[in-house]
Ligand binder design. Sequence first.
Ligand code: PAF
Length: 285
Amino acid sequence: MQIVHSIPELRHALRATGRPAFVPTMGNLHAGHLALVEQARALGDVTVASIFVNRLQFLPHEDFDSYPRTFESDRAKLQAAGCDVLFAPREADLYPEPQTFKVVPDPALSNLLEGEFRPGFFTGVATVVMKLFMAVFAGKPQGVAVFGKKDYQQLMVIRGLVRQFALPIEIVAHDTERAADGLALSSRNGYLSEAERAEALQLSLALRALARDAVAAAHALPAQLPALEAAARQALAARGWQPDYLTVRRRADLLPPQAGDAAGSLVALGAARLGSTRLIDNLEL
Ligand code: PAF
């Protein structure tokens, strides 16, 4: 596996290759990331992963400084997973000057849910993903990038970015990888104490219960949903969580369901804090 740090080095490494298959990450890799790499390997001619903790997508009070930087073990995992090129830019490589030009996603999507609780998050994500895409795919007639469905709204933002800028990049969604008990794999699970780790599964159980209740109330979902969502939030809060949202939305635009929206077009999404760790998960109905 070749390791490169700057955009010119990356372009040089990829100059004679065919279709790149790209997995962007912030490092601290777990089996979920490695599953994305495995999928990417089957989709392209050269597999590229990036590790970059992107300052632009963290709010001032969030964990940018303490976000785990585990380069050596990440490098070994990517090598073992069969990645061909690791792009690990230093901050000065991606942001040699303050990033004053940004990619601002449609607020109708990016101000909802995660965007409501993490204002500016999706502008930070879209901006760095655009830069990474330009670094990896510039000059290539086509490419593919693989993203996990755990970050459901992020995936929708990236799909919108690619569609509206007509980027020749296929976006492939990978199902959420889960631990044996069903907890969605996340780098932030590493922040959980042993007791919190045992409790953490309750978020996906709450989403499952909400999804079940929503299906049962399908005949009058728009009217009944607010009460079902409030009950789901209260159930988690009673266990010591601080829920941001537990909700059922339309998969197409993440807006609340309207009369006639069928269960197969909906998704339950949740975000809640357990101690000082904020977890997210989702479940398609
Ligand atoms: O999902 C992530 O890890 C990050 O948001 C991403 C896509 C690598 C951009 O920094």
